[in-house]
Design a protein around this ligand. Structure first.
Ligand SMILES: O=c1nc[nH]c2c1ncn2[C@H]1C[C@H](O)[C@@H](COP(=O)(O)OP(=O)(O)OP(=O)(O)O)O1
Ligand SMILES: [Mg+2]
Length: 214
């Protein structure tokens, strides 16, 4: 049994604008009032975990104990098969302190070129997201979502954030960078969770099942 979120205010424990926006969109139908960790002046904890789940949990717990409110964190990244799963939990770090995603996408592409990965089946990977919902008493609920796809080059589309322009989800014709966010989510709470497309929406559909009531 999952613990249900019964408050009114929820902290979004992320300093990434793109994520805060997407989580806000996914939460909108639940009438939850959200405030971001940045708005509360909460520090950005060091991500010392060795899994997406561990990092999501430490970010959610830091925000919940720091604010006295329940907090939702997202730890996510891109796993590229030909690169042994890299950048994985270090996906944000590959963009450097300036968060330069054009450079990060080029870096992934150079490594794929070096492996001779030219055909789509040599360029497979997935986006992974762990979501952790923590309470100030230390209770945490954690879920994971994944979406398989291939890495394209050159980048396509100006939408989304991060590595979206190089990620073509399986079975689709447009990259995440070319999709409006409703299409990237693929899911709203009135739909079955099998409709969810992005890693974040898949994790979210899983989490709301037990933790949120409309
Ligand atoms: O849907 C996505 N579309 C494109 N790129 C994405 C996505 N989801 C994660 N990503 C990339 C961006 C970031 O470089 C890394 C997550 O790193 P991660 O540490 O979880 O987030 P972050 O440091 O940007 O913000 P924060 O930790 O404050 O939530 O994966
Ligand atoms: Mg981070």
């Amino acid at each position: 049994m999952r613990r249900r979120f019964e408050g009114r205010r929820l902290v979004i424990a992320s300093h990434n604008e793109g994520k805060v926006r997407e989580i806000g969109e996914l939460l909108a139908p639940f009438g939850v009032e959200t405030v971001s960790a940045g708005e509360l002046g909460l520090p950005e904890p060091e991500e010392t975990g060795s899994t997406f789940e561990a990092n999501a949990e430490l970010k959610a717990l830091a925000a919940a104990t720091g604010s006295g409110l329940p907090a939702l964190a997202d730890d996510s990244g891109l796993e590229v098969d030909a690169l042994g799963g890299a950048p994985g939990i270090h996906t944000a770090r590959w963009a450097g302190p300036e968060r330069d995603f054009a450079m990060a996408m080029r870096n992934v592409e150079e490594k794929l070129q070096a492996k001779g990965a030219t055909s789509p089946d040599g360029r497979t990977g997935r986006f992974v997201a762990a979501l952790a919902l923590a309470w100030p008493d230390g209770h945490v609920e954690t879920v994971r979502g994944e979406v398989e796809g291939t890495l394209v080059w050159p980048p396509r589309g100006e939408r989304g954030f991060g590595y979206d322009p190089v990620f073509l989800p399986e079975g689709m014709e447009r990259t995440f960078g070319e999709m409006p966010s409703e299409e990237k989510h693929g899911w709203t709470p009135d739909k079955p969770k099998s409709q969810a497309l992005s890693h974040r929406a898949r994790a979210f559909a899983e989490l709301v099942e037990g933790c949120f009531v409309r």
